[in-house]
Design a binder for this molecule. Structure first.
Ligand code: V0V
Ligand code: CO
Length: 174
């Protein structure tokens, strides 16, 4: 097994009642732009992915660090936190397709807010096998179709401290 199984934070899923309104809120407040909008019937959602961070800016900071400049001088990033300097993540805004869907039920029970966290994995099938072997309940025994062509699978929140957890693999046939 290659550890750790989780390679990055891919996205934070946020339940909302009105996708268009919430997209506009994130654009007006943070300047975030939508890179993908999809309807996923199987998951019961209309969802938008908003990219946080850009490859160019990350590369710029990384180059400064590689050149030996103090991190504090380069963007005020403290030393010893390379994760801050690399990678791109997403905010996933989720509007339910109906009340009897995962996000519809969540909204009725808890209201708007953070619904799940999605972590990158190298091989979602392998990760499911490894994680299932630890006794954590798998909500998906096999990968499903996710946003932007990813293969995804969910783990039960009751076994993970109340956090609905999603595994995300890009570049696989799901
Ligand atoms: C429900 N519960 C949650 C939760 N949703 N806890 C933490 N985070 C959540 N998001 C708790 C709820 O408070 C109850 O706890 C208990 O689970 C049962 O609630 P329920 O309303 O009766 O719901 P269930 O059991 O029918 O379904 C809950 C699960 C379901 C998590 C099993 O939502 C599910 O299978 N979700 C996975 C699929 C999904 O969420 N898809 C939408 C995102 P107490 O009160 O009993 O303690 S799609 C997506 O992210 C995509 C496409 C992508 O990223 O590409
Ligand atoms: Co998600």
């Amino acid at each position: 097994m290659v550890l750790p199984l989780l390679t990055r934070i891919d996205h934070v899923g946020i339940a909302c009642r009105d996708l268009d309104h919430t997209v506009e809120l994130y654009r007006a407040t943070f300047g975030l732009e939508v890179v993908s909008t999809e309807i996923n019937e199987e998951q019961g959602v209309r969802e938008a992915m908003l990219r946080v961070g850009s490859g160019a800016a990350v590369a710029g900071v990384a180059a400064q660090v590689a050149a030996g400049l103090a991190n504090e001088a380069a963007e005020g990033v403290p030393l010893g936190r390379p994760a801050v300097l690399s990678g791109t993540g997403y905010v996933q805004l989720l509007e339910p397709l109906g009340p009897d869907t995962p996000v519809g039920k969540f909204l009725a029970r808890r209201g708007e807010g953070i619904h799940h966290i999605g972590y990158g994995v190298t091989d979602v099938r392998q990760a499911l096998s490894e994680i299932g072997g630890t006794g954590i309940r798998l909500l998906d025994e096999r990968p499903r179709h996710g946003s932007m062509g990813a293969s995804i699978a969910f783990l039960h929140p009751a076994d993970l401290g109340g956090v609905l957890t999603e595994l995300v693999q890009f570049g696989a046939d799901s």
